[in-house]
Design a protein. Structure first.
Length: 87
């Protein structure tokens, strides 16, 4: 993702307590809302780095699915407490 100094300045002045799940998404929304120029390039320029504690990313493997189930039943997801109240 590439953006200019003006968008960077706007992003840096957003409230510190704002819950942002994806910085890429919020920068896209800000740019679009301000009539910025958005270009989608289908050709990757760098490799995507996947970390074990990413909030967003690949969840394809069996272990990922088992970990999600474990978190769900432990109440460690946004749906966990809701699920436990129903049992």
């Amino acid at each position: 993702m590439v953006f200019n100094h003006h968008l960077k300045s706007i992003f840096e002045n957003m409230p510190d307590d704002l819950k942002i799940v994806s910085h890429d998404w919020i920068l896209y929304i800000l740019c679009s809302a301000l009539n910025g120029h958005v270009v989608y390039d289908e050709v990757p320029k760098i490799l995507y780095r996947q970390h074990h504690n990413n909030l967003v990313g690949s969840n394809q493997g069996v272990m990922s699915k088992l970990n999600r189930l474990k978190k769900l039943f432990q109440g460690n997801s946004k749906y966990g407490p809701w699920l436990m109240k129903r049992h």
